[in-house]
Design a protein around this ligand. Structure first.
Ligand SMILES: Cc1cc2nc3c(=O)[nH]c(=O)nc-3n(C[C@H](O)[C@H](O)[C@H](O)COP(=O)(O)OP(=O)(O)OC[C@H]3O[C@@H](n4cnc5c(N)ncnc54)[C@H](O)[C@@H]3O)c2cc1C
Length: 691
């Protein structure tokens, strides 16, 4: 088989009127190949630019013990993975590493080679710094080359929705009718712009999945193994040393691919105001939290939230925030897939600027993907292209794995005819599999910021900081990988239960060196330009919300779906009121700043401000950024979309591996759990393939 052109007979029975079926029988490269897969016919570009090993199925290094289900057919790889974020990047890399051929399709480009500016310095290319520098993470979320802007509804009710100062009726001249929700459409997905916080989920999150599915491989004890496999912990030197002697009570990973570090900028200790703020806050916090029940766990863990002894005991207390950095620069799914691609170029093929538009089926068996080749094709992009892109197809001999994230994976399933009748019919999409759970069960955290203006002009550590490469903080980060830019701005965090009866701490409160009241267009500029603020963010985990939905806006795969979160409704009448829990968090962080206020260090609490009705404030201002659970593992009868081994109910050869898979949003920060399920999925998929 030569490069590029494959004639694949594929079924086109889904009635997706927007897809140019069978389009583009044009010359691409040399030669041609004919394969017979399913019914109907189409001719399309496939695998343009693939390495010869990928273009020629005969030369694919299929593990000898694992004959493919359609070994005789023409295909581009054994597995096609869509999306290179925390889930997709992890599973794609591991499958390739253990010997399978994988085609990874990613809608965006490489954040370190793209050029784009942010609202703080418009017109100037700020990549790759926005990607690399931990303190620039907010700028990364608004970098025009990486950003996919979603605008979501928290409430169906217009009056309530518009009370949120972050609500936008229009943005960039278009009606958006929602609250800004940043996403990254780039290699690495949201790990390319996230705040780098790496906090382990709660054991009960894993055990709950084991309980509902009866699949013991989800039990917390087992799941910890995936964390140990992927992590390369660099913030517990003495534990690392002990691990060499065969002792690993903290159950960290020491040789995985994801480096984790602690950024303690010397600048913080040099800054007298900051030192004092930290000490005073810690004292107030300890008075508020009380002495943790298991003092030993607290001492042994030394403030590390991911130490197994703390996780096992669900202990509350003051914690530092480990970051996914290596030598104090961002690392994530991008580095993982590029590393594996470099080591196994014959097995992992990454195709960027490839927007998957639907899954190709033979009956109910997924056999490939149709995608559009081109830059900035998705309309969530900051500068969406006017072009439609070139329609191509790629075929998998084994499986297709969806990992587009909690908004895009359900969209792609629905575009492929998998979903509830009422969700598909209005858009003229023929139903292939009746699966009404697709896009339902959307969940998130609730967060609010308590924003304090300090009684001085700038924190010493931020004095003169421009959040560009033109200042001494940047020089310090470049030369010594230290200073305030090595941090993500989080000084101190504390986990605590929001009230009695909570089995694990469900609040994560963290002190940020900056002004942050939530995501709204331009928020990164505010963060970069205000240097005398201390924001305590209250994050409520284990929320009760399950009523959110992702639905199609249209049958055009370039359109964003509609996203409705259905805030603060569920749980209200069952004693699990999330508003009350967030209010408890606000009251707690106010106590944490009591001494700073009394001593005049804090000039003013600007948000919510004294005298504000906190319950209404929470309803009006809360946001989230851990969208998940839209294709949950669970039985079909109960709205589940996936089996416990990530297979889409009613289909063969189709799985989902991203933040969509969870029945309930896990832990307090989600990326660690998504990376872990990526590793678990690679295990179950490769085991099944070798059977
Ligand atoms: C602003 C922000 C800050 C965050 N900070 C943290 C943090 O500090 N700690 C933490 O634990 N979590 C954080 N998160 C959350 C976390 O990063 C995400 O939940 C996680 O990355 C989700 O992983 P995923 O694999 O589900 O999707 P993603 O990481 O979003 O990856 C999905 C990928 O799929 C691609 N894609 C989508 N559709 C298609 C298609 N049709 N065709 C081809 N490609 C497609 C996208 O371009 C993207 O690359 C943050 C999130 C945001 C938005």
């Amino acid at each position: 088989m030569g490069q590029g052109l494959t004639m694949s007979h594929v079924e086109h029975g889904s009635g997706l009127s927007h897809v140019e079926q069978g389009s583009g029988m044009s010359d691409v490269g040399q030669g041609s190949d004919v394969s017979l897969v399913g019914q109907g016919s189409s001719v399309s570009h496939v695998g343009q630019g693939f390495s010869p090993a990928f273009s020629d199925p005969g030369s694919l290094p299929i593990p000898a013990e694992a004959p493919g289900p359609r070994a005789a057919a023409s295909y581009d790889a054994e597995f096609i993975v869509i999306g290179s974020g925390a889930g997709g990047g992890t599973v794609a890399a591991r499958l390739a590493e253990v010997g399978f051929t994988v085609l990874l399709l990613e809608a965006g480009g490489d954040p370190r080679t793209l050029a784009g500016s942010n609202p703080h310095t418009p017109g100037t290319n700020t990549l790759p710094d926005d990607y690399d520098v931990p303190a620039f993470h907010a700028l990364a979320t608004e970098n025009e080359a990486l950003r996919w802007d979603f605008f979501v509804r928290h409430y169906a009710d217009d009056v309530q929705q518009r009370r949120d100062p972050k609500y936008c009726e229009t943005w960039n001249g278009a009606r958006v009718d929602g609250v800004f929700y940043p996403r990254a459409g780039t290699l690495g997905g949201c790990t390319a712009h996230n705040a780098l916080i790496f906090v382990y989920p709660h054991n009960e999150d894993w055990n709950a999945i084991a309980d509902i599915t009866g699949d013991r491989s989800w039990r917390a004890e087992e799941m910890r193994g995936y964390f140990e496999r992927l992590e390369n912990c660099n913030h517990r030197a003495s534990e690392r040393f002990r691990s060499r002697l065969g002792l690993n009570p903290s159950r960290h990973g020491w040789s995985g691919w994801l480096h984790t570090e602690l950024a303690v900028p010397t600048a913080v200790f040099r800054d007298r105001d900051m030192r004092r703020a930290l000490i005073d806050s810690a004292r107030d916090i300890l008075a508020g939290v009380g002495r943790p029940a298991d003092d030993r766990a607290r001492l042994e863990s030394q403030g590390d939230p991911n130490d197994w002894r703390v996780v096992r005991d669900g202990a509350p207390g003051i914690r530092y925030t480990p970051l996914t950095t290596r030598d104090h620069a961002r690392v994530g799914a991008r580095e993982r897939v590029l590393d594996v691609q470099q080591r196994h170029p014959d097995r992992l093929r990454i195709e960027m600027h490839a927007l998957a538009t639907r899954v190709l089926f033979d009956g109910t068996r997924a056999i490939g993907v149709e995608y559009r080749k081109g830059e900035r094709l998705y309309r969530a992009h900051a500068r969406p292209s006017d072009e439609d892109g070139e329609v191509r197809q790629a075929h998998a001999s084994r499986e297709v794995i969806l990992a587009g994230g909690a908004f895009n994976t359900p969209q792609l399933l629905m575009l492929s005819g998998i979903g509830g009748h009422d969700d598909l019919a209005p858009h003229g999409i023929d139903q292939r599999v009746d699966l009404p759970g697709v896009g339902r069960n959307l969940q998130d955290r609730y967060e609010v910021g308590v924003v304090n203006r300090m009684a001085f002009d700038a924190w010493e550590a931020l004095d003169g900081a421009t959040f560009t490469r033109a200042d001494r903080q940047y020089a310090e980060w470049t030369k010594r990988k230290r200073g305030v830019y090595a941090t993500n701005g989080a000084l101190l965090s504390v986990t605590l239960p929001s009230g009695p009866g909570r089995s694990v701490p469900d609040l994560f409160c963290y002190a940020l060196l900056g002004k942050f009241a939530g995501y709204a267009p331009g928020y990164s500029q505010i963060v970069a330009e205000h240097h005398n603020y201390l924001t305590w963010v209250v994050l409520k985990g284990h929320t009760a919300n399950t009523g959110g939905r992702v639905t199609l806006r249209s049958a055009d795969p370039r359109d964003r779906p509609e996203v409705h979160f259905h805030y603060f409704d569920e749980g209200r009448h069952t004693g699990n009121d999330d508003v009350e829990a967030v209010v408890a968090g606000i009251e707690f962080v106010r106590k944490a700043t009591a001494t700073l206020k009394r001593d005049g260090q804090i000039a003013e609490e600007e948000v919510p401000g004294p005298g504000t009705d906190l319950r209404q404030f929470v309803r009006d201002h809360a946001w989230g950024h851990h969208a998940s659970c839209t294709c949950p593992i669970g039985s079909r009868d109960h709205g589940g979309v996936l089996t416990s081994d990530f297979r889409v109910h009613g289909t063969e050869g189709l799985r989902v591996v991203d933040a969509s898979v969870f029945p309930r949003v896990p832990g307090l920060f989600i990326a660690s759990a998504v990376y872990m399920i990526g590793e678990k999925a690679a295990d179950v998929i490769s085991t099944a393939a070798r059977r």
